[in-house]
Ligand binder design. Structure first.
Ligand code: DGY
Length: 321
């Protein structure tokens, strides 16, 4: 029996590629470069589906150029803002993502950013690396505790809730804004704010966990940052385009913000170069889900979705516009 034919746009973990080779006729990408749109379209010829990543841009124009043999795009990610789902639906192409399996790894990185930003880790590391640390001083490199601080979570889905759980263990008071209020059993005492603006005003530390959508793009902008208390901290592990870089950098330089912690950026990996010069910016290169265990689980989840689809079952993680 012939096996479904897939284009896999990036190199995947070995265990995932082994299962791919067992079950699919897959064209993989051993050199792991990002395929240009024309290349993607050319390689799609004769394929039944794609296994893609957030580094691929599958916009309406590209989707419109795909051969009609392509029936599914399984993304190796929970976020799917890199795929024009509406355009895919219009061509009868199913889209799936990989929720759940990266919740803990991403929440861990959010806590790392919160702690790193609050405790001045970037400046401390720079002092060590550049041999500027002369001695222990009672007033040297003072930062701020997270205990007792109000943590404002924008987007209280799986990852937001996992961050809240961890934050409670660090003594933070959890506040949140979400499209719908959680039920009391799931809230665990977190304070709901009906608007993002209310949440900003009540957050000593703001952590972003909403999806990137036309409604949330640049939600963190000059106007909303001004609502944060002076000395607040902003952390982003969701998507870079939710933040207006210009406004964030200005607020940091002006001292309105104490520190920031970022794992995601607009136009990754070509980040605004000013971030690199700011010692109160604790920066990571989109490591949220980057553990061996999590990346394996993401790959297996993407394959589960493909298996279901090609067996004629509804994929568990099908997303819709
Ligand atoms: C996702 O899955 O959307 C993440 O950004 C990858 O870490």
């Amino acid at each position: 029996m012939s096996r479904p034919s897939l284009l896999v746009t990036r190199k995947l973990p070995n265990a995932v590629e082994a299962r791919l080779a067992r079950d699919y006729d897959a064209e993989t990408n051993a050199i792991d470069t990002i395929l240009k749109p024309d290349d993607l379209v050319a390689r799609a010829k004769g394929k039944d589906g794609f296994l893609v990543t957030p580094a691929d841009r599958l916009d309406a124009d590209l989707i419109g150029r795909l051969p009609s043999s392509i029936r599914i795009m399984a993304s190796f990610s929970v976020g799917y803002d890199h795929i024009d789902v509406k355009a895919a639906e219009a061509r009868g192409i199913a889209v799936t993502n990989t929720p759940d399996v990266l919740t803990d790894a991403t929440a861990d990185i959010a806590l790392l950013l919160i702690l790193g930003a609050a405790r001045g880790a970037a400046a401390g590391m720079a002092a060590i690396r550049e041999d500027r640390w002369k001695n222990w001083a009672p007033t040297g490199m003072l930062s701020t505790d997270v205990r007792g601080k109000r943590l404002g979570i924008i987007g209280m889905g799986r990852i937001g809730q996992a961050v809240a759980h961890r934050a409670r263990a660090f003594g933070m008071e959890v506040h949140y804004h979400n499209r719908a209020r959680l039920d009391a059993g799931t809230e665990h005492g977190a304070v709901f704010h009906a608007t993002a603006e209310d949440l900003f005003a009540a957050s000593d530390i703001l952590s972003i966990h909403c999806a990137s959508t036309p409604e949330t793009r640049r939600l963190v902008n000059a106007k909303t940052i001004a609502l944060l208390p002076k000395g607040a901290i902003v952390v982003n592990t969701a998507r870079g385009d939710i933040v207006d870089d210009e406004a964030l950098i200005s607020a940091l330089q002006a001292g309105h913000l104490r520190a920031i912690g970022l794992d995601v950026y607009a136009n990754e990996p070509n980040i605004d170069p000013r971030y690199r010069t700011l010692e109160n910016a604790f920066l990571l290169p989109h490591l949220g889900s980057a553990t061996v265990e999590t990346r394996n689980a993401m790959g297996f989840r993407a394959l589960d979705n493909l298996d279901d689809f090609f067996a004629g079952r509804e994929p568990r993680d099908r997303v819709r516009s």
